[in-house]
Design a protein around this ligand. Structure first.
Ligand SMILES: Nc1ncnc2c1ncn2[C@@H]1O[C@H](COP(=O)(O)OP(=O)(O)OP(=O)(O)O)[C@@H](O)[C@H]1O
Ligand SMILES: [Mg+2]
Length: 329
């Protein structure tokens, strides 16, 4: 798991109603071997959830199977293995991904891209719990937990004949829908905080940069946000992260999107979900942000900034040090 912390069970960061609901679903499935289908746009955290489901199941290893890469004459052997001499060039037998996942979890990533030919074989595997390696006459028993994910609308793929309906029903026992990041913008500050902590914890977002981040739609979801934060850190000259280094797409959207409109949009999403809990920042973060604001407004004049903050100059110095803020003069 990538992020293990007390405040983000299962490594899933977020306190929005949508993310809490997903954590509850994972909790309910603890120890279960029921197949799970994960739906959601790219970058929404489907793999994070797949890993959480696997960990909470508590058995074997997780074998990710990238269905999009299963193409060409060797695809069946990739999945099911082959025996020695089963085709030209097969000088040795080889285990397939299914065998590697035995006793654990097979994670079929981008299941919507699985070629029809393999869909039939996967269906048989799920129905009969056994399979045959390429070139083998023997059927092997297998015991795997199946988790599948796709960014596609799988029901539509079934309608247009690109995905087998019987396989769809087999996989779609429990569905977890990952929300797009624009649908749970409340979680952005927490996610940003987590990504900054990952990069060593020396950096702080300026309110201007945070403003633009909140206004952006994040079509690439959490992955795009993570990349943007990493980029800010890589470009940073000081521990204060400035909006200038945000990707141009984020800057442009901010320019076209007046502040009140963005605020209304965020408030709108909140209201439509029956008022999720209001975002609370840790006190030290509030204090740190107030200090940054004061220093920015006074262009680094610490005497005036201290007055604005209602604290003495010495206290301000101490806090600057404590928060590792740059001493601007
Ligand atoms: N709720 C979350 N908490 C912490 N990190 C997250 C969360 N959601 C996504 N991430 C991070 O965002 C990135 C993308 O997540 P992930 O790979 O799980 O998405 P995905 O839905 O599988 O995307 P794709 O469809 O593109 O494969 C990863 O770096 C992941 O760690
Ligand atoms: Mg993925």
């Amino acid at each position: 798991m990538q992020y293990v912390a007390v405040d983000s069970p299962y490594g899933i960061v977020g306190q929005s109603p949508q993310i809490r609901q997903i954590r509850r679903q994972i909790e309910k499935l603890e120890g279960s071997l029921t197949p799970v289908l994960l739906l959601g746009e790219s970058g929404t955290g489907k793999e994070v959830v797949a890993r959480a489901l696997h960990t909470s199941c508590g058995r074997g290893t997780l074998v990710p199977i990238d269905c999009g890469s299963l193409v060409g004459p060797l695809m069946e052997s990739e999945l099911f293995g082959h025996t020695r001499g089963s085709f030209t060039g097969a000088t040795e037998g080889k285990k397939g991904l299914i065998e590697l996942a035995n006793g654990g979890t097979a994670f079929f990533d981008e299941i919507g891209d699985l070629p029809l030919e393999l869909q039939v074989k996967l269906l048989r595997l799920l129905q009969e719990r056994e399979y045959r390696a390429v070139g083998s006459l023997l059927r092997q028993k297998v015991d795997i937990r199946v988790i599948a994910a796709t960014h596609r609308d799988l029901a539509r793929e079934v309608d247009r004949g690109a995905f087998r309906q019987d396989l769809y029903y087999r996989l779609n026992v429990i569905t977890i829908r990952m929300p797009a990041l624009r649908e749970h913008k409340d979680d952005i500050p927490l996610l940003v905080e987590r990504f900054l902590a990952k990069s060593g914890g020396r950096y702080t977002m300026t309110p201007e940069a945070m403003d633009l981040i909140m206004k952006h739609d994040w079509p690439g979801n959490v992955r795009e946000l993570h990349n943007a934060v990493d980029r800010l850190v890589a470009m940073a000259q000081t521990p204060l992260l400035l909006p200038d280094d945000l990707p141009s797409t984020v800057l442009r959207q901010g320019a076209e999107y007046p502040i009140h409109q963005a605020a209304a949009a965020i408030a709108g999403t909140r209201n439509s979900q029956q008022a999720g809990p209001k975002l609370i920042l840790p006190l030290h973060e509030v204090e740190k942000r107030a200090i940054i604001d004061a220093l920015e407004q006074t262009r680094g004049d610490r005497t005036v900034a201290a007055m604005m903050l209602g604290i003495g100059r010495t206290t301000l110095y101490r806090k600057l040090k404590e928060y590792q803020l740059p001493a601007v003069d």
